[in-house]
Design a protein around this ligand. Structure first.
Ligand SMILES: [Zn+2]
Ligand SMILES: [Zn+2]
Length: 173
């Protein structure tokens, strides 16, 4: 799996970036782009440090085989490039569609004011996703709650997404 540059983070997470400034400097002062690799991505109201947490206003957790492609779809639909029908009639990203219709429009929230981050370095995507979904502040009912079938209890997010010394504590998958 390809590794991304890390923005000084001690974890495998890249970001969070406020979407407005991330896109405003895509060429001149570029931040890392999401990798063409499997991983998780999250959208939050506020920035956070090291790992997403309960206080960042987590809005959405997504998972994809190619997170660069999928985050692109998310950004389009959450910025209104989506259908007018409110009921799950997305073009290609149900989460983005729901964020636009059920979060941004009713709450008068500018999509570009939100923060995006991703991790393609998780030891267990199931555990990481399950843990993040439990932190969601907004329930858009597009991300099912579930648990990892391989790890009971679930891997701690810091260990799951850790780098450096943490990496050596656990066998590689
Ligand atoms: Zn991770
Ligand atoms: Zn797991």
């Amino acid at each position: 799996m390809r590794k991304t540059a890390l923005n000084g983070s001690r974890t495998g997470w890249v970001g969070p970036y406020q979407i407005s400034s991330y896109l405003a400097n895509a060429v001149r002062d570029p931040s890392p782009r999401p990798p063409e690799a499997p991983g998780l991505y999250v959208l939050s109201e506020r920035p956070w440090h090291d790992l997403p947490d309960d206080t960042c206003g987590l809005i959405y957790v997504g998972r994809a085989a190619y997170i660069r492609y999928r985050i692109g779809q998310l950004l389009c639909e959450m910025c209104g490039f989506t259908s007018d029908t409110i009921d799950d009639d997305a073009y290609g990203h149900r989460g983005g569609h729901a964020i636009w219709h059920r979060y941004c429009l009713p709450g008068k929230v500018e999509p570009l004011s939100l923060y995006i981050a991703w991790c393609s370095d998780c030891r267990c995507l199931d555990c990481a996703e399950a843990g993040l979904v439990q932190m969601l502040k907004v329930r858009l009912n597009v991300t099912p709650l579930y648990f990892c079938s391989r790890h009971r209890p679930a891997l701690d997010l810091a260990l799951n997404c850790g780098r450096g010394t943490l990496r050596r504590l656990l066998p590689a998958r």
